[in-house]
Design a protein around this ligand. Structure first.
Ligand SMILES: [Zn+2]
Length: 530
């Protein structure tokens, strides 16, 4: 059976997408998810290019990964210099990884016109850079930039670049369609030519400018490539990279290539949504395999078809990729999914009972107001508990007031005015009403401080709960500042992390609801443990 290794570059090439940036903490979280998914190699950054990546690789040393190996990216040494004096190569050595990938030009035009050096010097740059990293004990992959375009114009030169890399000890030669414009038959012809030249394993790195990145990747695999590079959700520069969320299930379910286990494949949808949430992008509902609508059935004929025979309008069983079929018009399926979700959270709701029906109606109402529970399970769990007649909330919000002031003191220069935020909150705990005020560096921070101040007197252990992340999303963008705002908050106590949601036309209120849910959730959990 053909073996294929998966190589993810979401954190490097994916982050090149316009508007996308990951913090060090985001990257560490995403790596854990990719490891669970069974990705073999994770390209996590370019330590020679920015200090954030150096900090990241430092922190990444403490990660324990089961399936994945971290890879650091770099570029060949500069023309006319020595590899051992190259700061970018040294940064890879210092990154503490076992595998490096080196970008090298493999197109005559790129070498002479862009790199502005001689064709022979480019070969020496490839050989020296790989040789240097090999001598430092690293496994080295070659990223043959512009390979397919170069091969088209001058195949001999491009092939020679690969041969030089092989002789220098590269463990995998990755053929790149850097500009993303190649057609599948061109990819196949070039891969076959390379196969006739070398026995070193080959990889494919395709971009999506002709909307063929996935097709070109699969064609390359059929032509004998054994490493597949891509990103989660196809994020990447310009129109993106090859989408691993489409490639992985196609390889496994349609081409019989066991690149991940069944259990790992079943995490695909979760990982896809997780990465888009961290990237603060709305998950694309219409993505193949992992989109919320990938297996939704709306038309009457389709609905009646799938109720008789599930596969009548589905190309795979959605559960294989962790997705689920959705019958858009049927209220019954909605109720079933509420019962199902509640069960996952350890709450048994009788499917025929009133409770499930009421909860469904409430979820529908709240979702129409902009709440979304798919990525805010803590808020959803609270909804379930609040629906129970014996639920005692640990506190109740009475009201709040926030003042935001921009103040210019006589001594301050223009443009250096201070922003002041102060919040006053009223919270009920049992029969007592607490009234507290606090300042913060912004209105949400001030609210958070005031709310905690009130609650800490009753629940001192709440001090360990920290806000990990705060994201705001404008819904229905066309209505401008009047539009609905959804706030997603991620909180942590050093052991667990959980996410809550708030929605309102007012960003402060949306934040207040998400904040309150976050603290209530933690207190509820403590109570059920203790
Ligand atoms: Zn790329």
């Amino acid at each position: 059976m053909t073996e294929v290794q998966l190589y993810d570059t979401t954190l490097r090439d994916g982050a090149q997408r316009e508007g996308m940036s990951f913090s060090v903490v985001d990257k560490l979280h995403i790596i854990q998810k990719l490891d669970e998914l069974g990705i073999h190699f994770i390209e996590a950054g370019w330590p020679g290019s920015n200090p954030k990546d150096v900090e990241f690789f430092d922190k990444a040393r403490s990660l324990t990964l089961t399936n994945s190996v971290l890879v650091a990216l770099g570029i060949t040494r500069y023309p006319g210099t020595k590899a051992e004096n190259d700061a970018n190569l040294l940064a890879i050595v210092n990154a503490g990884v076992k595998v490096a990938i080196i970008i090298a030009k493999s197109s005559e035009l790129q070498v002479t016109q862009v790199l502005e050096t001689t064709l022979d010097e480019n070969h020496r740059m490839i050989a020296d850079s790989i040789g240097y990293l090999k001598a430092k004990g690293l496994t080295v992959f070659l990223d043959a930039e512009h390979f397919f375009d170069g091969f088209k114009a001058n195949p001999d030169y491009s092939l020679r670049c690969l041969k030089v890399a092989e002789e220098a000890g590269a463990s995998c030669l990755i053929l790149c369609d850097t500009n993303g414009g190649a057609l599948s038959d061109e990819i196949v012809a070039a891969v076959k030519a390379v196969k006739g030249l070398t026995t070193v394993p080959l990889g494919i790195h395709a971009h999506n400018d002709g909307e063929l990145a996935v097709a070109n990747t699969l064609a390359a695999v059929q032509a004998g490539v054994s490493q597949v590079q891509g990103t989660i959700n196809g994020y990447g520069e310009r129109c993106g990279n090859a989408n691993l969320c489409s490639i992985i299930p196609t390889l496994k379910l349609k081409m019989g290539i066991d690149c991940v286990t069944d259990e790992q494949l079943a995490k695909l949808t979760e990982v896809s949504h997780y990465v888009s949430e961290v990237a603060n992008l709305v998950p694309d509902a219409f993505s193949p395999y992992v989109g919320a609508s990938a297996f939704s059935h709306k038309g009457g004929l389709h609905v009646s078809g799938v109720t008789k025979l599930m596969e009548s309008y589905q190309h795979i069983d959605p559960a294989q990729v962790g997705n689920q079929p959705r019958v858009v018009v049927s209220e019954l399926s909605g109720k079933a999914s509420i019962v199902y979700k509640a069960k996952e959270l350890g709450v048994d709701l009788p499917p025929s009972g009133n409770e499930a029906q009421k909860l469904l109606e409430q979820v529908k109402l709240l979702e129409s107001r902009g709440f979304q529970y798919e990525n805010a399970e803590a808020s959803f769990e609270l909804l379930i508990h609040r629906a129970k007649p014996d639920y005692q909330p640990p506190f109740e919000l009475v009201d709040f007031m926030v003042v935001v002031e921009k103040r210019r003191r006589p001594s301050t220069r223009k443009g250096m005015e201070e922003m002041l935020s102060e919040a006053v909150v009223k919270v009920k705990v049992g029969k007592e009403i607490m009234h507290t005020a606090a300042e913060g560096n912004g209105p949400v921070n001030a609210l958070d401080e005031a709310l905690r101040k009130a609650l800490l007197q009753f629940y001192p252990s709440l001090a360990q709960v920290k806000l990990v992340d705060y994201k705001v999303r404008i819904l229905e963008e066309s209505v401008g500042t009047e539009s609905q705002v959804r706030v997603l908050i991620e909180s942590g106590d050093g052991v667990d992390e959980w996410r809550t949601v708030g929605s309102s036309t007012n960003i402060i209120e949306a934040s207040w609801l998400a904040l309150a849910d976050s603290l209530e959730y933690w207190l509820m959990k403590q109570k059920s443990i203790g």
